[in-house]
Design a protein around this ligand. Structure first.
Ligand SMILES: [Ca+2]
Ligand SMILES: [Ca+2]
Ligand SMILES: [Ca+2]
Length: 220
Protein backbone atom coordinates (compact mmCIF):
# COMPACT_ATOMS: atom_id res chain seq x y z
CA UNK A 1 0.00 0.00 0.00
CA UNK A 2 1.44 3.37 -0.95
CA UNK A 3 2.08 5.98 1.71
CA UNK A 4 -0.64 8.16 0.24
CA UNK A 5 -3.14 5.34 0.26
CA UNK A 6 -2.24 4.39 3.82
CA UNK A 7 -2.80 7.97 4.91
CA UNK A 8 -6.17 8.11 3.22
CA UNK A 9 -7.23 4.85 4.78
CA UNK A 10 -6.26 6.06 8.22
CA UNK A 11 -8.31 9.16 7.54
CA UNK A 12 -11.57 7.26 7.28
CA UNK A 13 -11.26 4.92 10.23
CA UNK A 14 -13.59 6.94 12.40
CA UNK A 15 -15.74 9.99 12.02
CA UNK A 16 -13.86 12.39 14.27
CA UNK A 17 -10.42 11.04 13.45
CA UNK A 18 -11.19 10.81 9.81
CA UNK A 19 -12.29 14.37 9.46
CA UNK A 20 -9.34 15.70 11.42
CA UNK A 21 -6.81 13.68 9.51
CA UNK A 22 -8.47 14.42 6.21
CA UNK A 23 -8.53 18.13 6.77
CA UNK A 24 -4.91 18.10 7.82
CA UNK A 25 -4.07 17.20 4.26
CA UNK A 26 -5.51 20.35 2.79
CA UNK A 27 -5.84 22.86 5.60
CA UNK A 28 -5.35 26.44 4.59
CA UNK A 29 -4.11 28.92 7.17
CA UNK A 30 -7.12 31.18 6.71
CA UNK A 31 -9.51 28.44 7.80
CA UNK A 32 -9.68 27.66 11.50
CA UNK A 33 -12.22 24.86 11.15
CA UNK A 34 -14.34 22.98 8.68
CA UNK A 35 -17.67 21.26 9.33
CA UNK A 36 -18.81 18.27 7.38
CA UNK A 37 -22.34 18.50 6.02
CA UNK A 38 -22.56 14.97 4.69
CA UNK A 39 -20.39 12.04 3.74
CA UNK A 40 -21.23 9.26 1.31
CA UNK A 41 -19.09 6.20 0.73
CA UNK A 42 -21.35 4.00 -1.45
CA UNK A 43 -20.89 1.14 0.99
CA UNK A 44 -24.50 0.77 2.14
CA UNK A 45 -25.69 -1.12 -0.94
CA UNK A 46 -25.27 -4.90 -1.09
CA UNK A 47 -23.28 -5.87 -4.16
CA UNK A 48 -21.98 -9.44 -4.44
CA UNK A 49 -18.20 -9.54 -4.16
CA UNK A 50 -16.52 -9.53 -7.54
CA UNK A 51 -19.52 -8.03 -9.34
CA UNK A 52 -21.19 -4.71 -10.13
CA UNK A 53 -24.78 -3.51 -10.26
CA UNK A 54 -26.56 -0.52 -11.80
CA UNK A 55 -28.74 1.58 -9.48
CA UNK A 56 -30.92 4.63 -10.05
CA UNK A 57 -29.97 6.18 -6.72
CA UNK A 58 -27.58 5.61 -3.84
CA UNK A 59 -27.04 7.42 -0.52
CA UNK A 60 -28.85 10.56 -1.64
CA UNK A 61 -27.38 10.64 -5.14
CA UNK A 62 -29.71 10.32 -8.14
CA UNK A 63 -28.29 8.75 -11.26
CA UNK A 64 -28.47 10.16 -14.77
CA UNK A 65 -30.20 8.36 -17.66
CA UNK A 66 -27.61 5.58 -17.64
CA UNK A 67 -27.78 5.15 -13.85
CA UNK A 68 -24.91 4.67 -11.40
CA UNK A 69 -22.60 1.65 -11.46
CA UNK A 70 -21.69 0.31 -8.02
CA UNK A 71 -18.69 -2.00 -8.00
CA UNK A 72 -17.53 -4.43 -5.31
CA UNK A 73 -14.04 -5.58 -6.33
CA UNK A 74 -15.14 -6.46 -9.85
CA UNK A 75 -12.55 -4.20 -11.44
CA UNK A 76 -10.29 -2.83 -8.73
CA UNK A 77 -10.31 -2.30 -4.96
CA UNK A 78 -12.43 0.49 -3.46
CA UNK A 79 -11.03 3.24 -1.30
CA UNK A 80 -13.48 2.39 1.50
CA UNK A 81 -14.85 -1.13 1.61
CA UNK A 82 -16.66 -2.66 -0.06
CA UNK A 83 -17.89 -0.42 -2.90
CA UNK A 84 -17.09 2.54 -5.13
CA UNK A 85 -18.95 3.94 -8.14
CA UNK A 86 -18.28 4.39 -11.85
CA UNK A 87 -20.31 6.73 -14.07
CA UNK A 88 -19.41 5.45 -17.56
CA UNK A 89 -21.84 2.71 -16.70
CA UNK A 90 -22.87 0.76 -19.77
CA UNK A 91 -21.10 2.32 -22.74
CA UNK A 92 -24.32 3.80 -24.16
CA UNK A 93 -23.65 7.29 -22.81
CA UNK A 94 -21.67 8.85 -20.00
CA UNK A 95 -23.83 8.99 -16.89
CA UNK A 96 -23.85 11.18 -13.80
CA UNK A 97 -25.07 11.42 -10.24
CA UNK A 98 -26.59 14.51 -8.63
CA UNK A 99 -27.98 15.69 -5.33
CA UNK A 100 -29.49 18.89 -3.97
CA UNK A 101 -27.32 20.74 -1.48
CA UNK A 102 -27.93 23.86 0.56
CA UNK A 103 -25.77 26.03 2.74
CA UNK A 104 -26.53 26.36 6.44
CA UNK A 105 -25.32 29.92 6.02
CA UNK A 106 -24.09 31.57 2.82
CA UNK A 107 -20.37 31.11 2.49
CA UNK A 108 -17.48 28.99 1.29
CA UNK A 109 -17.90 25.24 1.13
CA UNK A 110 -15.42 22.58 0.16
CA UNK A 111 -16.10 19.28 -1.54
CA UNK A 112 -13.66 16.47 -0.70
CA UNK A 113 -13.70 13.32 -2.81
CA UNK A 114 -11.57 10.39 -3.80
CA UNK A 115 -10.72 9.54 -7.42
CA UNK A 116 -9.04 6.67 -9.21
CA UNK A 117 -8.57 6.01 -12.90
CA UNK A 118 -9.98 2.71 -14.06
CA UNK A 119 -7.11 0.19 -14.10
CA UNK A 120 -5.66 -0.36 -17.58
CA UNK A 121 -7.76 2.44 -19.11
CA UNK A 122 -6.30 5.64 -20.66
CA UNK A 123 -6.98 9.18 -19.48
CA UNK A 124 -9.27 10.03 -22.40
CA UNK A 125 -11.80 7.56 -21.01
CA UNK A 126 -11.37 8.26 -17.28
CA UNK A 127 -12.62 11.82 -16.86
CA UNK A 128 -14.81 12.94 -13.98
CA UNK A 129 -16.29 16.43 -13.81
CA UNK A 130 -17.81 18.18 -10.78
CA UNK A 131 -20.61 20.66 -11.57
CA UNK A 132 -22.72 23.02 -9.51
CA UNK A 133 -26.05 23.91 -11.11
CA UNK A 134 -24.64 22.64 -14.39
CA UNK A 135 -21.52 24.80 -14.28
CA UNK A 136 -18.27 22.81 -14.34
CA UNK A 137 -16.11 23.44 -11.26
CA UNK A 138 -13.45 20.77 -11.57
CA UNK A 139 -12.31 18.20 -14.11
CA UNK A 140 -10.06 15.29 -13.19
CA UNK A 141 -8.66 12.52 -15.33
CA UNK A 142 -5.65 10.24 -15.01
CA UNK A 143 -4.00 7.57 -17.10
CA UNK A 144 -4.64 4.10 -15.71
CA UNK A 145 -3.00 2.10 -18.48
CA UNK A 146 -0.08 1.02 -16.28
CA UNK A 147 -2.23 0.35 -13.20
CA UNK A 148 -3.19 -3.20 -12.33
CA UNK A 149 -5.40 -1.94 -9.49
CA UNK A 150 -6.99 1.32 -8.37
CA UNK A 151 -4.73 4.27 -7.48
CA UNK A 152 -6.85 6.53 -5.28
CA UNK A 153 -6.05 10.20 -4.97
CA UNK A 154 -7.49 12.95 -2.81
CA UNK A 155 -9.46 15.68 -4.62
CA UNK A 156 -11.11 18.86 -3.42
CA UNK A 157 -12.84 21.88 -4.88
CA UNK A 158 -14.09 25.07 -3.22
CA UNK A 159 -17.27 26.95 -4.07
CA UNK A 160 -19.79 29.33 -2.58
CA UNK A 161 -23.19 28.13 -1.43
CA UNK A 162 -26.20 30.22 -0.57
CA UNK A 163 -29.29 29.24 1.38
CA UNK A 164 -31.30 28.25 -1.68
CA UNK A 165 -30.82 24.71 -2.99
CA UNK A 166 -28.16 24.03 -5.59
CA UNK A 167 -27.54 20.86 -7.57
CA UNK A 168 -24.18 19.16 -7.13
CA UNK A 169 -23.26 16.72 -9.89
CA UNK A 170 -20.49 14.27 -10.68
CA UNK A 171 -20.42 13.38 -14.38
CA UNK A 172 -18.34 10.99 -16.45
CA UNK A 173 -16.64 12.64 -19.43
CA UNK A 174 -14.47 11.38 -22.26
CA UNK A 175 -14.72 8.27 -24.40
CA UNK A 176 -17.96 6.36 -23.93
CA UNK A 177 -16.80 2.78 -23.67
CA UNK A 178 -18.39 1.42 -20.52
CA UNK A 179 -15.32 2.04 -18.35
CA UNK A 180 -14.21 5.26 -16.70
CA UNK A 181 -12.99 7.06 -13.60
CA UNK A 182 -13.96 5.85 -10.14
CA UNK A 183 -15.36 7.86 -7.23
CA UNK A 184 -15.37 6.91 -3.57
CA UNK A 185 -15.85 8.84 -0.33
CA UNK A 186 -17.42 12.27 -0.88
CA UNK A 187 -17.64 14.90 1.87
CA UNK A 188 -19.15 18.37 1.70
CA UNK A 189 -17.82 20.73 4.38
CA UNK A 190 -18.47 24.30 5.43
CA UNK A 191 -15.25 26.28 5.87
CA UNK A 192 -16.18 29.43 7.79
CA UNK A 193 -14.41 32.65 7.10
CA UNK A 194 -13.16 34.72 10.02
CA UNK A 195 -16.11 36.36 11.74
CA UNK A 196 -18.77 34.01 10.40
CA UNK A 197 -18.57 31.34 13.11
CA UNK A 198 -21.19 32.84 15.41
CA UNK A 199 -23.64 33.20 12.53
CA UNK A 200 -23.00 29.63 11.52
CA UNK A 201 -23.48 28.21 15.01
CA UNK A 202 -26.64 30.26 15.53
CA UNK A 203 -28.04 28.93 12.26
CA UNK A 204 -27.20 25.39 13.30
CA UNK A 205 -29.10 25.67 16.56
CA UNK A 206 -32.03 27.58 15.09
CA UNK A 207 -32.38 25.24 12.13
CA UNK A 208 -31.93 22.03 14.05
CA UNK A 209 -29.34 20.87 11.57
CA UNK A 210 -27.51 17.70 12.41
CA UNK A 211 -23.92 18.78 12.74
CA UNK A 212 -22.01 15.69 11.76
CA UNK A 213 -18.62 16.60 13.09
CA UNK A 214 -16.22 19.41 13.53
CA UNK A 215 -13.00 19.26 11.63
CA UNK A 216 -9.94 20.62 13.35
CA UNK A 217 -6.67 21.21 11.62
CA UNK A 218 -3.64 19.78 13.36
CA UNK A 219 -1.48 22.18 15.37
CA UNK A 220 1.80 21.52 13.65
CA1 LIG B 1 -16.58 2.97 -0.56
CA1 LIG C 1 -19.02 0.60 -16.51
CA1 LIG D 1 -15.09 6.01 -20.53
Amino acid sequence: MSEKKALFRSAICGVALSAAAWFTLTVQPSYADAFAMFETNFDTVDVPFGTHIFVSDIEGWTGGPEQIEVQNHCCGAPYSEPNHVELDTNGIANSSMSRSIIGIVPGPYRLFWIYSPHPLIPANSNGIQVLLDGVPLQTVTEDGTNNLDTEWSFQSVDFHLGTTPATLTFAAIGDVDGVGGYIDNVILAFVPEPGSMSLFLTALVAGGFGLMWRVRPSRQ
